[in-house]
Design a binder for this molecule. Structure first.
Ligand SMILES: Cc1cc2nc3c(=O)[nH]c(=O)nc-3n(C[C@H](O)[C@H](O)[C@H](O)COP(=O)(O)O)c2cc1C
Length: 182
């Protein structure tokens, strides 16, 4: 069976470190993982962590190879079998709900035609905020699969809904999408 290509878009939330486990497991399961990070994500986890775990260069900004004119966000999107955004911040969820493409992650999202999975993670009040809920409903209606967050202790100290789904659950969701496409 041909190797699957998955883009993992990492946003600037405290749960970014948990996505290292997701990238590691997917890679060990034979998936070719391209990690795309927002600028804020790089404040939480260094690209070198994802590069080491995926065995691939991490995309942290716009780039065009010297030998052709196919920007990275287009070439990645064209070959992707699935696109996972985790942890998905309130900010990126809002941007993708409204077609804003002002960084490499959100531009890649707009360019992608493969199935997209979004795993939100944020403070419980942020998660319950009607604007965030409406944005989630909007992208869901357009076919984005939401990997629902869990209820529990949050990094900010409160207890509530907004904890990133367990890495195993995220991996199984991605593998489920790939299996359906095989
Ligand atoms: C310590 C800290 C933790 C944060 N954690 C989250 C989070 O879990 N979820 C979230 O949506 N935003 C979180 N934020 C806010 C985002 O980092 C902020 O909205 C940023 O603009 C997101 O950028 P990005 O969406 O381009 O990655 C946090 C901010 C700080 C300073």
């Amino acid at each position: 069976m041909a190797q699957h290509n998955v883009i993992v878009g990492v946003c600037g939330g405290i749960a970014a470190y948990k996505v290292a486990q997701v990238v590691s497991t997917l890679t060990q399961r034979g998936v070719c993982v391209d990690v795309v990070m927002t600028q804020f994500a790089q404040q939480f986890v260094g690209p070198l962590t994802f590069q080491s775990l995926s065995g691939r260069r991490v995309i942290t900004g716009y780039e065009i190879a010297a030998h052709d004119y196919n920007p990275t966000h287009i070439s990645l999107a064209q070959k992707a079998d699935a696109f996972l955004i985790a942890p998905a911040t309130a900010n990126v969820i809002g941007k993708i709900a409204h077609g804003i493409a002002d960084d490499i992650l959100t531009t890649t999202f707009l360019s992608a035609t493969c199935p997209v999975l979004v795993a939100p993670a944020m403070n419980d009040a942020m998660y319950k905020n009607p604007v965030v809920q409406e944005n989630i409903s909007l992208i869901k209606r357009r076919g984005v699969a939401i990997i629902e967050p869990e209820t529990g202790r949050l990094a900010c100290g409160s207890v509530g809904e907004g904890r990133l789904a367990h890495p195993d659950r995220i991996v199984e969701s991605v593998l489920g999408v790939l299996k359906a496409r095989a």
